[in-house]
Ligand binder design. Structure first.
Ligand code: GLC
Length: 479
């Protein structure tokens, strides 16, 4: 049988470039899909070649070609590189003017950078000789590939039979730009305006929702939530009209990369059978961060982008009350200045009790996942969330708010069939505080707590199940 060809289009993938959950998913789902399909699917990834790629990976790149492509009136250099990693083929699109920047996103010309990327993806297919059966684009940065496919390439040889999937990892980032750059930057013509037009502006995510054969998002609950104005960031009308092609598939994590029993980043390895190693991690973590080395104080961690939808304002409102008790708090993340400032001062005012690390660092995060007791994730909205799964894998019991993928992955210990964490529904600091108190209360009962830690660690958050759901989605599209 001919292998089914799937091409992931994305702006980041672990370990090459990552700013959050998207990178984790793109770095792990392709291999999971290949394994789950017993080799019936050839899943490849195409992404930008960022200046920040580590030398160890850069050294393994093979150059496929140098060429030039058009983006509206521009003629821009395009280099195409290839790399095999964990059995998956990655293509990297090179243009230093666009991608050699200090950060992945946040440049004034992000619209142009990702328009170039998307145009380059479309132009690369004949060069890499890989016309996929399914082009699977992720988030707004890749949305234009789905739009170009339907509006520009669908009648061309090679492209004719390509079906498309667009996955929304976070509806809060839609790629919104003024209409004046429709032709000049996005290389679209006035006839395409209706496809991307939304609320008087160009909305790339909207365009991809309209053009894709299937639209998916990263949890079943989020798929329902984004049909309502409370969660849709304005896109509910479009999603309602395209409801028939909307699916929600829960993310998994790479359980080999996140594996406490052989992780080289943590202070001591441990597993379900020997959770004692966790105590060593806690001790070393406390030492590293200047917290009091107190083994019996519940250590609460937050690892998150510090932005509104992560529920950070609830933590701020409850912080002093939480810190009245014998607890320790670690915050790792960066984001809005007001949040960063708050946590910086909180740590300053509670030396030895609170530690704030205003950064995004995978290695440090693993030490925290391994050393903390309780993981706090009170998101206002959460498409899927991976941190609660990673924390669980490292035996750190999650407290989450019941929304999106948090609701789909964590059930309260009071749940009929027992649960794997602590949850609350109303978006209120009182509810948050309550859950923290419940968790700390149980933490004091060592045996019950250790049983919960083991239970939490044994939950299967691997891709195994969801990969099969993706495969059946592709099969439906290609049927
Ligand atoms: C985004 C979402 C997060 C999700 C991740 C991967 O970062 O905010 O909830 O887990 O994408 O899909």
């Amino acid at each position: 049988m001919r292998k089914k060809k799937i091409l992931f289009v994305a702006s980041e993938a672990v370990p090459f470039a990552s700013s959050g959950g998207l990178g984790d998913v793109i770095g792990s789902l392709p291999a999971a899909l290949q394994n789950a399909s017993s080799g019936e699917m050839d899943v490849r990834v195409i992404m930008p070649l960022y200046g920040s790629m580590k030398d160890e990976h850069r050294a393994k790149l093979t150059k496929l070609c140098d060429t030039y492509i058009n983006l509206s009136w521009r003629r821009q250099y395009l280099g195409i590189y290839l790399l095999n990693h964990n059995g998956v083929t990655y293509y990297f699109l090179d243009n230093e003017y666009y991608f050699k920047r200090p950060t992945l996103y946040g440049s004034f010309d992000d619209g142009e950078r990702y328009a170039f990327f998307c145009k380059a993806v479309m132009e690369s297919l004949p060069i890499i000789e890989f016309f996929p059966d399914v082009l699977h684009a992720h988030d707004w940065q890749s949305a234009l590939t789905v739009i170009y496919l339907r509006q520009r390439y669908a009648w061309m040889d090679g492209y004719k039979n390509i079906k498309s999937v667009f996955t929304i990892h976070n509806i809060a980032y839609q790629g919104v730009f003024g209409h004046e750059i429709l032709g000049d930057v996005f290389d679209l013509s006035p006839e395409d305006r209706g496809v991307v037009d939304y609320n008087g502006a160009i909305n790339l995510m909207k365009g991809a929702i309209v053009c894709a054969n299937t639209v998916s998002t990263v949890s079943p609950t989020y798929a329902m939530e984004i049909l309502s104005p409370r969660f849709s960031n304005g896109l509910h009308h479009v999603l309602e009209q395209n409801k028939g092609k909307l699916r929600g598939i829960l993310n998994g994590i790479d359980v080999d990369y996140y594996n406490p029993s052989n992780d080289t980043e943590v202070f001591a390895n441990f597993g379900i059978g020997d959770i004692e190693g966790k105590a060593k991690n806690k001790k070393e973590l406390q030492k590293m961060l200047g917290l009091a080395e107190s083994p019996d104080t519940p250590l609460i961690a937050i690892i998150s982008r510090l932005t509104g939808h992560k529920g950070i304002d609830l933590v701020m409102a409850a912080a002093e009350e939480i810190l009245r008790d014998d607890v320790q708090l670690i915050i790792l993340g960066q984001g809005d200045y007001a949040y960063e400032d708050f946590f910086w001062h909180l740590a300053d005012n509670h030396k030895g009790k609170v530690s704030t690390l205003l950064m995004y660092n995978k290695d440090v995060s693993k030490k925290i996942y391994a050393g903390a007791d309780i993981f706090l994730m009170p998101s206002k909205s959460e498409p899927c969330g991976l941190a609660q799964m990673i924390a669980s894998r490292y035996g750190t019991v999650p407290i989450v708010r019941e929304t999106g993928g948090l609701y789909d992955s964590i059930k309260d210990i009071g749940w009929v069939d027992g649960g794997n964490g602590f949850t609350f529904a109303p978006y209120s600091e009182v509810e948050l505080l309550n859950s923290v108190k419940r968790a700390c209360g149980l933490y004091a009962q060592k045996e019950t707590w250790n049983a919960l830690v083991k239970k939490v660690m044994s939950v299967d958050f691997s891709w195994d199940k969801s990969a099969l759901t993706y495969i059946s989605m592709y099969n439906d599209i290609l049927a």
